[in-house]
Design a binder for this molecule. Structure first.
Ligand SMILES: [Zn+2]
Length: 585
């Protein structure tokens, strides 16, 4: 083991052609060299470990090669090339700006720039992580960059292009390095494995490549790590154990449960995953990725976007055949919503469980339209006049016979029943009470004796409600919630000051004035939402909180709001108001 060299170094490419995954870019560089059109400064941008420094080194070697090959590559045999390959060439200088970022470091580099090369034509200065240079160092460097000597070429490398000053950017030819695709990574890992006589399974390398996320250096160092753990037998099982990656198998099993409406097994699998120490949010995003992959595999054209080995791809394609597009869209929507709510959820485990339950419900046996109507736990408000013969609801106040929304509301709802739900015979007869709000053309129905039965059912059924509601109803429920708060005055005030604004069918926005208010609302977000969802009979309701822009803020302040804000800041002001029963006129 004395001569052990890490794979990332041992298999570092020495020609442009052997650079993995940056074909377009290396071809451009080769052409530039072949045609003798060299710039004085280059900027190589891109994520870590994708070959920026490697390309810079190959570039330096190639432009100094004494007998370059016809294809634009270095010969790797001449005196200069050998010196480069043995890392003793004087024509290349590397400065790591992350650790040498002072003016003095740059000055000593500028001193060297003046001295022409002894062998070869160019001296190449590679400045790694150039965005880390101090402001003063940048300025000192700028002069040299403006008027460099003929023999000097600068290659600046950075992972954070946006931090580079425009004055530098405008003087450089810019090359954007992309992440290396999983396919390219797997191929290269396979090549290294063959050279090293390491046994591999294609799926194992695939997981490795995914974990490396587009960086070859990372991929190779993870590879080394797994090889040493497994004694040179890199199997899929060994890799997922070593890298703490969740097995595909779990997602396939979950998908089977979801497709067969098997809530119980779905929850058991989730429990098994969580008990292995995986984070709930990771599992939810994992399911989302899995569903997205299934969607991709529905069509051979998009299946190419899906970067996995052939055997697992076949399995995806097979499973995808069992899923309808509609099912996948809905499922992805559900998982995505859970992902968004995860951070603000107070009971994250419940949210994970609920996600599985809702997914399973997607495939609950669909009966005919007549049956379905009877099964619904709560009938849509606005379609009652159509679906029930409306026995004695002839309320004299009722003026508009059919609210305009009735058509829309009658759209089919998800069947929310779990398999063990009670039979339909208990369906109570409804006596809707219609209240007409003048001028708005909106009806609100109150359920009378149905309530009791409903609550009874709550224990056994999980409902997906999708009633329509008006902005006014939303605001009223919001205020009602706020008014009932007794302990947290700040939350109460924030809620009363910042009213919800409906921005989509089921999404409302609350514009707050500062981060403190934002925090208050997001902290209590799930509580508020749960209540609003129940009262507005809409499970899809979502809240978005954002801080107002400055101008918006000015416009939004009425005197009453200003006073409320002041009360928030100053508790005694509230006492003063309450003690003396003051009102702002
Ligand atoms: Zn050469």
């Amino acid at each position: 083991m004395n001569n052990y060299i890490v794979s990332a170094r041992k298999y570092r490419p020495v020609t442009f052609n052997s650079v993995v995954g940056q074909r377009a870019l290396t071809t451009t560089l080769k052409n530039a060299i072949a045609s003798g059109k060299l710039a004085h400064a280059y900027l190589f941008c891109g994520p870590r470990g994708v070959g920026k420094t490697t390309c810079a080194r190959i570039f330096a070697k190639t432009i100094n090669c004494l007998s370059p090959a016809a294809n634009g590559e270095a010969c790797n045999q001449c005196e200069s090339c050998v010196a480069f390959n043995e890392q003793r060439s004087f024509n290349i200088h590397e400065l790591d700006a992350a650790s040498n970022n002072s003016v003095d470091d740059i000055r000593s580099l500028i001193e060297q720039v003046r001295i022409p090369p002894q062998i070869g034509k160019y001296k190449v200065y590679i400045i790694d992580e150039v965005h880390m240079l101090s402001q003063a160092a940048f300025n000192a460097f700028l002069k040299t960059l403006e008027e460099p000597p003929h023999h000097a070429i600068f290659i600046l490398a950075t992972t954070e292009k946006h931090k580079i000053l425009p004055t530098i950017l405008s003087r450089c030819q810019i090359y954007d390095f992309s992440r290396i695709t999983i396919k390219d990574t797997v191929e290269h890992l396979q090549y290294v494995a063959d050279q090293e006589n390491v046994n591999t399974e294609p799926e194992a390398l695939n997981v490795l490549a995914q974990k490396a996320d587009g960086g070859m250096r990372d991929a190779l160092s993870i590879f080394d790590q797994v090889v040493s753990f497994t004694g040179g037998n890199v199997t899929y099982k060994a890799v997922i154990e070593n890298l703490n990656v969740l097995d595909y198998e779990y997602y396939f099993r979950l998908t089977d449960c979801i497709l067969s409406n098997n809530v119980v097994d779905g929850l058991l699998i989730l429990n098994e995953i969580l008990s292995k120490g995986f984070d709930g949010n990771n599992v939810i995003t994992g399911i989302a990725t899995h569903l997205r992959d299934l969607l991709l595999c529905k069509d051979p054209k998009t299946a190419d976007l899906f970067e996995v080995g052939a055997s697992i791809r076949d399995r995806y394609i097979e499973t995808a055949k069992k899923c309808s597009n509609e099912f996948l869209y809905k499922a992805i929507d559900i998982v995505n919503e859970s992902d968004l709510n995860y951070r603000i959820s107070r009971n994250k485990r419940l949210l994970s469980d609920l996600t599985i339950i809702r997914l399973c419900q997607l495939s609950s046996p669909q009966a005919g339209p007549e049956d379905q109507k009877k099964k619904q736990v709560i009938d849509p408000i606005f379609s009652q006049q159509e679906t029930t013969p409306a026995p004695n609801t002839a309320n004299p106040v009722k003026t508009s016979p059919k609210p305009p929304q009735s058509q829309l509301i009658a759209a089919p709802k998800s069947d929310a029943r779990m398999p063990s739900a009670p039979t339909q015979t208990k369906e109570p007869t409804q006596k809707p009470v219609n209240i007409h709000i003048g001028g708005l053309g909106v009806s609100i129905s109150a359920f009378g004796q149905k309530k009791e039965k409903e609550e009874e059912r709550h224990e056994m059924t999980i409902e997906i409600l999708n009633e329509r509601f008006t902005p006014l109803q939303l605001i009223n429920e919001w205020k009602a919630y706020a008014e009932e708060i007794t302990e947290e005055h700040h939350l109460k005030n924030t809620m009363l000051n910042c009213l919800p604004n409906l921005i989509a069918n089921t999404v409302f926005e609350v514009v707050v004035n500062n981060p403190v208010q934002e925090q208050r609302l997001t902290d209590s977000g799930m509580d508020i939402l749960s209540r609003l969802r129940v009262n507005l009979k809409n499970t899809h309701l979502k809240m978005e909180v954002r801080i107002s822009e400055d101008n918006e803020k000015k416009l939004a302040f009425t005197p009453a709001e200003k006073f409320n804000l002041m009360m928030e800041e100053n508790e005694s002001l509230r006492k003063l108001k309450d003690e003396f029963g003051l009102e702002l006129s």
